[in-house]
Design a protein around this ligand. Structure first.
Ligand SMILES: [Zn+2]
Length: 452
């Protein structure tokens, strides 16, 4: 068997792992590279394998850095099936359509402003190309074995976001186990990841491999922010990923209101069309989260969904105080939240709560690093409001949780490959696992291959 690391190796984005056993080739995840320009340019390179020779893709979850290159795979000639859970299937459709739309808009904008070196500027893929691949998606239930030629596959819950899984793959008498992105032990909304199955080789994520999350809970951070916003008669603006984070935030804020921990009259606006499209899936797929049937709808009944761009603009003019706005995108790379930052960030009474991972090269990262000026829509904007950067909302296990998950396997794997992390996170986790468990841990390089 041969395992190749074609993305998500030495970095957090672009996850793609190719497994070849006899005449069968299977790809685990097919993600887009994101963040720094030199990474994003990789999306335009030809895929480092022959797409039409791949028999199937197994998708761990719907985040763009795990599914976003699927349309490119099909464009390159892939004709197999894409296997994942039902919730991942539905979320992936929403996320890929949004991705195509953003790329079409960006190409269109570049052509109108003529700032692209390419004439004409083209999207990586179009809405039509995305729609054409949906017929190849096949949902599979958790825990039930299925076959891709002679390979045996099972999916196990990974927490993280709705539908997310780890993948067990058996062939040639060996077992490979891909962790996928692992969620938290005590997330208020998502279930904890299932313990890993016994495996010969473990391919494990390391996003927070060298770090512990703050001991402060997300609940405590929200409580402080909301109390202060009320006292200041200000605006609490929370940039958020549309899928996962936004729902977690809405759920926790409504819970605080219902318990009487914060003023129940403070309006909460949910400003993400993609997030709204994802909301219904929480009721449809309750097996992937902690809430009982009906409870998520009750949360959303107490949140005001901002449906149109006009409503979003009207919020910027609104004199309502205090108020809370959850808006995408989470790292301030685009979306309606940028208009809110323009409207609210100059007022010291307001709070900007960065509640997610802020990748290098984004406006969110600049603010997290203490900059008080960011460029939005071509002009520098002063940020005088309070900026709070918190990792308490993370959907990723931290070092302690990763180690706990690793040690909960029925027997330790013979070989471990650490992926999906920045270099310091990878070496941090490798050292920890080696010293604590005396195991063989390797950090593969991008495009590296190993025989198993
Ligand atoms: Zn993820």
């Amino acid at each position: 068997m041969e395992l190749s690391f074609l993305g998500g190796a030495g970095t957090v984005t672009g996850s793609k792992y190719l497994v070849q056993s006899e005449d069968t080739k299977v790809l685990i995840d097919c993600g887009l590279f994101q963040g720094l320009k030199q990474l994003r340019l990789l999306n335009w390179e030809p895929l480092p394998f022959t797409a039409r020779e791949v028999h199937a893709v197994i998708l761990t979850h719907a985040h763009l850095d795990h599914c976003g290159a699927l349309p490119l795979l099909f464009k390159a000639g892939f004709r197999g099936r894409v296997y994942c859970t039902t919730a991942t299937l539905e979320l992936t459709k929403i996320i890929l359509l949004d991705s195509a739309k953003i790329q079409e808009e960006e190409a269109d904008y570049a052509n109108r402003k003529r700032f692209s070196k390419h004439d004409p500027a083209l999207p990586l893929y179009t809405t039509e190309e995305v729609e054409n691949i949906f017929a190849s998606f096949h949902a599979v239930p958790l825990h039930e074995p299925f076959e891709i030629k002679h390979l045996q596959v099972r999916l196990f819950g990974a927490g993280h976001i709705l539908g997310a899984t780890s993948v067990e793959l058996k062939a040639e008498g060996k077992t490979l186990y891909f962790s996928g992105d692992l969620g938290r032990q005590n997330d208020p909304l998502m279930l904890p990841p299932e313990a890993p199955q016994q495996a010969d080789v473990l391919i494990m994520e390391s996003t927070y491999g060298n770090r512990s999350h703050s001991k402060k809970t997300s609940r405590e951070v929200l409580l402080e922010c909301i109390h202060q916003t009320k006292k200041n008669q200000g605006v609490l603006l929370i940039p958020s990923f549309s899928v996962g984070r936004a729902q977690n935030l809405a759920h926790e804020i409504v819970q605080l209101k219902n318990e009487g921990a914060v003023d129940a009259n403070i309006p909460v606006y949910f400003n993400s069309p993609m997030g709204m499209a994802a909301n219904r899936l929480y009721e449809e797929y309750p097996e992937f989260h902690r809430l009982p049937p009906g409870a998520f709808d009750e949360v959303m009944d107490q949140v005001r969904e901002v449906r149109s761009a006009e409503e979003s603009k009207a919020l910027n003019e609104s004199l309502q105080r205090p108020m809370i706005i959850i808006a995408a995108s989470g790292m301030l790379t685009g979306g309606r939240v940028l208009h809110h930052v323009r409207a609210f960030a100059s007022d010291p009474k307001n709070i900007l709560l960065l509640a997610g991972f802020q990748a290098a090269g984004t406006r969110g990262r600049d603010l997290a690093d203490g900059k008080n000026e960011i460029k939005i829509h071509g002009a520098l904007r002063k940020v005088s409001c309070q900026v709070i950067n918190s990792d308490s909302f993370s959907a990723h296990a931290d070092q302690d949780e990763l180690v706990k998950w690793f040690s909960s396997a029925p027997a330790l794997p013979k070989k471990i490959f650490l992926v999906h992390g920045e270099p310091e996170a990878l070496t941090g986790l490798a050292e920890k696992l080696q010293s604590e468990f005396k195991v063989d841990v390797q950090i593969p390089e991008i495009n590296g291959s190993i025989s198993i």
